[in-house]
Design a protein around this ligand. Structure first.
Ligand code: 3NM
Length: 209
């Protein structure tokens, strides 16, 4: 069963983003206290085929060892193969209804939304949480949409009642107090954890902000 507390500090990463080995970065983030992890293998160094499966198994194992829920981005088959706790699907990916038919009942589903219409559709279709963004400009997602700012986030929050929400896109530690005020459940980041020299410090700062 999905728990909204898992959204508090949602780290998204993969080997795709950089040449340097990603596994030690992911382990350090897990050790430091991230509350959920998403494997998103999209970027210049993206793995595929058996290399992706091997890497995914290692990440899955690490998440299990640290007791942190493990989510796979987009790839339903990979999510099933890796016995993920959940999947995250974008607006351009598979429809929630189709995903539900294929996925084991215990696997939760998160959906991206960038406006009120998409957010309400996700709510109606039975998503367990929505990832709302991009809040600000991000250089980590190539096809990111136009930033919606805190105003866009507030509008979406106001239209979806108590649905669990995580904010994403260009977010950093100083944004945390405002996000709390808007009453989102958490923040999802790539660069502000994955690209930091001191990962433990970044994770702890987010958790305490
Ligand atoms: N999804 P960073 S923005 C993976 O708007 C992702 O749905 C987004 O990376 C969305 O924290 C984004 O480095 C990239 O900005 C987040």
């Amino acid at each position: 069963m999905f728990r909204r507390e898992w959204l508090k500090l949602y780290f998204i990463f993969g080997q795709a983003y950089q040449e340097k080995a990603a596994l030690p970065i992911i382990e350090e983030a897990l050790r430091s206290g991230i509350t959920m992890f998403q494997l998103r293998e999209k970027g210049p160094y993206a793995l595929s085929g058996s290399k992706l499966i091997d890497f995914g198994k290692k990440v899955r194992g690490l998440c299990a060892a640290y007791g942190v829920p493990f989510v796979v981005n987009d790839d339903i088959e990979l999510a099933i193969k890796l016995k993920a706790d959940g999947v995250h699907i974008g607006q351009e990916d598979m429809h929630i209804g189709e995903a539900r038919e294929i996925l084991p009942p215990e696997m939760f589903i998160g959906v991206s939304a960038t406006n009120v219409t998409e957010a309400n559709r996700a709510l109606k279709d039975g998503a367990d949480y929505i990832g709302v963004g991009p809040i600000f400009q991000t250089s980590t997602k190539e096809d990111a949409k136009k930033p919606i700012g805190f105003t866009g986030l507030k509008d979406i929050k106001a239209s979806i009642g108590d649905m669990p929400v995580v904010a994403i896109g260009g977010l950093a530690i100083p944004d945390a107090p405002i996000l709390k005020e808007i009453e989102v459940d958490g923040v999802a980041v790539i660069s502000q954890i994955g690209y930091q020299d001191d990962i433990e410090r970044a994770v702890k700062a987010f958790l305490l902000a």
